[in-house]
Ligand binder design. Structure first.
Ligand SMILES: [Cu+2]
Length: 173
């Protein structure tokens, strides 16, 4: 989120109105507006594993995951940091190619809650977790072989209506 916070430099007092003799000793005003670098929205990967979060505002805390090329398998831990129950604000992680994402999300909807909103036995689904609610966590470990082709892959939440916001890129490299 790049909100252009332009600090309105107010208070350039027009000379002439300053009462004589008041030497403004505020010379230490070295504007400490150091740019706080928001560390991107890339998942922090340790070894062949990462932990990402979903919240009650229908958001993941990252929008990209890069799997180290040396990892034959990779683990995604998902933590639901919210409080809403699974039925209201359930989250999971599903991985597909970018081109399959929309269709898999739609088919997941048809598959329903009993199937974690994921189409069953579907080759397009490279990995998925259970749906979890607030305060819960889950995990999936998957082979990265299908993603070694340098194609475009996505991770997303297949809970109804969530994939529009809850998605990101995942790649090997
Ligand atoms: Cu979700």
């Amino acid at each position: 989120m790049d909100t252009g916070t332009d600090a309105a430099t107010a208070g350039t007092t027009t000379p002439g109105t300053t009462p004589a003799g008041t030497t403004d000793a505020g010379a230490t005003g070295a504007a400490s507006g150091a740019a706080t670098t928001t560390a991107g929205d890339a998942a922090e990967v340790t070894g062949c594993e990462t932990t990402i979060e979903g919240n009650d505002a229908m958001q993941f805390n990252v929008n990209s995951i890069t799997i180290p090329a040396s990892c034959n398998e990779f683990t995604i831990n998902l933590e639901h940091t919210g409080q809403l129950p699974e039925a209201a604000m359930g989250h999971n992680v599903v991985i597909t190619s970018e081109s399959d994402m929309q269709a898999v999300a739609a088919d997941g909807l048809s598959a329903g809650a009993d199937n974690e909103y994921v189409p069953q036995d579907d080759d397009r689904v490279l990995a998925f977790t259970d749906i979890i609610g607030g305060g819960e966590s889950t995990s999936v470990t998957f082979s990265t072989s299908a993603m070694q082709d340098g194609g475009n892959y996505m991770f997303f939440c297949s809970f109804p209506g969530h994939s529009a916001l809850m998605k990101g890129t995942i790649s090997v490299g």
